[in-house]
Design a protein around this ligand. Structure first.
Ligand code: GLC
Length: 504
């Protein structure tokens, strides 16, 4: 009896199943993977350089893919631009434990182009001009990183990937893997650490481990290096993946010449290191729509680039000669940017028919050198010792040739922006410069030289000025530079793959 009824039942259900339509494939919606960028700056809110641009534009690009729920967290500095500050939404506050301290932490939110930004508010730490350079930067960014860990519970967002950028965010990865990993909500989180510049590692005296960073003594070996606390080293050890901002730089930092002492750590962790070339936001850096330019143009309509050049020359009281090449630099005036090479050869180069414009601030020795040069070569050399992004774009658009002879350059964005604005880049073959600019002689989009040597720089400046005199050759080189794809579309795929691999 039992048997019979069971089999009857089976027959009925089998038949019934024949009539149940399979659910359409679209119904199976995979939840987005949650990614949180932790960084000390992000464009458009606050920026001192490339880090902010990359955090801003990469998060936007990843959000577009629809695979990721992208969020970014950064400190609420006093200098966050007013036009953004007024639109921040206050979410509430909490107290953050940091060693024996218990600090106030307000949380604000702002949504833009698919990315949610969070701002960590504490006036004691962040209500100061600028972002860095204070005696207590270690404590400020320890607070920030610890606050990030606490805020996850407060906002109910435990990411799948915690992606920390540079030493200021290194402690977030370290806290995650040493302190918070004991809590179940944090155990699935994978940490990625990106080195934007290995020169700045966050080094502190060993005796503040517990008092200032609130790390138990058992963590010492993770963060200790060369008799110091080294936060970058700690984050490399604690992260499941480490990236840097170009493939060439990923190779270079295995060598002492580039690694500022960290090469043994990089070599030991090479199995989890990848180099992914940065991109720029092509909508933001677009000579066809950029309102800071004197006139707009694109690779097909170049007439207005000549207008930009003439207006730039006029603005700086340079003779308005359309056929005299304008050679430009927009750079922090620090040794790593190759300024000693420029210093050695610029006067020889100036014997040629050219005008030279340099914009930037930095070490006083360079500021003085270039100001003095401009005084001695009036009508030929201009030195603007300040930084102003509006003026930088006017220079990119008015220049013919853009110099970037860095000794070391993790990625560099200026060579990409210059190319997009039709100022042909002349770079040393290092890091991201090597990966983005290829030599004209081999059919490339700019000029390059290999060895860090003033004679080689002078030689290639000569080659570029020679090419400039051949109008057709120059025009097609300018077009090639402008059409090079520097957008994130290729590179953000590598991040996407990396995240998905870590989550498998
Ligand atoms: C740092 C590097 C620079 C890179 C930027 C963004 O500022 O020095 O080369 O382009 O970070 O990653």
């Amino acid at each position: 009896m039992d048997n019979a009824s069971t089999s009857d039942f089976e027959v009925v259900t089998e038949r019934a199943q024949e009539y149940i339509p399979a659910p359409p494939a679209e119904v199976v919606v995979e939840a987005k993977k949650k990614v949180l960028f932790v960084a000390s700056e992000a464009a458009p809110f606050i920026s001192t350089g490339g880090l902010a641009e990359v955090v801003g534009s990469l998060s936007k690009s990843l959000a577009k893919s629809d695979v990721f729920d992208m969020r970014v967290i950064l400190p609420l500095y006093q200098d966050i631009r007013k036009e953004h500050r007024k639109d921040l939404r206050y979410l509430g506050n909490l107290y953050v434990p940091l060693s024996w301290r218990n600090q106030y932490c307000g949380v604000f939110e702002y949504r833009s182009e698919g990315v949610t930004f969070y701002f960590v508010d504490n006036e004691y730490y962040f209500k100061r001009p600028g972002c860095y350079g204070y005696y207590d930067d270690g404590e400020r960014f320890a607070f920030f990183s610890r606050a990030v860990m606490e805020i996850l519970g407060f906002i109910g967002f435990y990411p799948d990937i915690l992606h920390c950028h540079d030493w200021q965010a290194a402690l977030a990865a370290i806290y995650l893997k040493t302190v918070y990993c004991l809590r179940p909500e944090y155990q699935h989180i994978r940490a990625v650490f990106t080195i934007h510049n290995i020169e700045y590692q966050g080094k502190y005296s060993l005796d503040i481990l517990e008092d200032l960073f609130g790390l138990p003594h058992r963590c010492l070996s993770l963060v200790e290096y060369d008799n110091c606390i080294n936060l970058m080293k700690g984050a490399i050890e604690c992260s499941e993946a480490v990236t840097t901002v170009s493939p060439s730089y990923a190779e270079e930092i295995k060598q002492p010449y580039f690694a500022h002492g960290l090469d043994p750590i990089i070599r030991r962790n090479a199995f989890k290191l990848t180099g992914i070339l940065n991109g720029i936001d092509p909508e933001f850096y677009d000579p066809a729509s950029d309102v800071s330019l004197f006139a707009n143009y694109d690779a097909k309509h170049m007439k207005n680039k000549a207008v930009c050049k003439a207006e730039l020359q006029k603005m700086f009281a340079l003779p308005q000669k359309p056929d005299t090449p304008v050679v430009a630099m927009v750079s922090r005036l620090v040794a790593g940017k190759g300024l000693d090479l420029v210093k050695d050869v610029i006067e020889q180069a100036l014997r040629e028919d050219m005008q030279f414009i340099i914009l930037g601030t930095g070490e006083s020795a360079y500021e003085n050198f270039f100001s003095d040069l401009a005084n001695r070569y009036q009508g030929k050399v201009v030195a603007v010792i300040s930084f102003n992004s509006d003026l930088a774009r006017k220079i990119y658009s008015g220049a013919d040739l853009f110099l970037m002879p860095s000794r070391s350059e993790p990625c560099g964005l200026a060579q990409m922006i210059a190319s997009r604005y039709g100022a042909v880049a002349l770079v040393r073959e290092t890091g991201g410069l090597k990966d983005s600019i290829t030599p004209y002689g081999a059919g490339g989009n700019g000029f390059t030289f290999r060895d860090y040597n003033a004679g080689d720089l002078l030689y290639v400046i000569g080659e570029a000025l020679g090419t400039y005199r051949n109008k057709d050759a120059w025009q097609s080189l300018v077009k090639k530079a402008m059409k090079t794809d520097f957008s994130w579309s290729a590179s953000s795929k590598y991040y996407e793959e990396l995240y998905l691999r870590l989550l498998k």
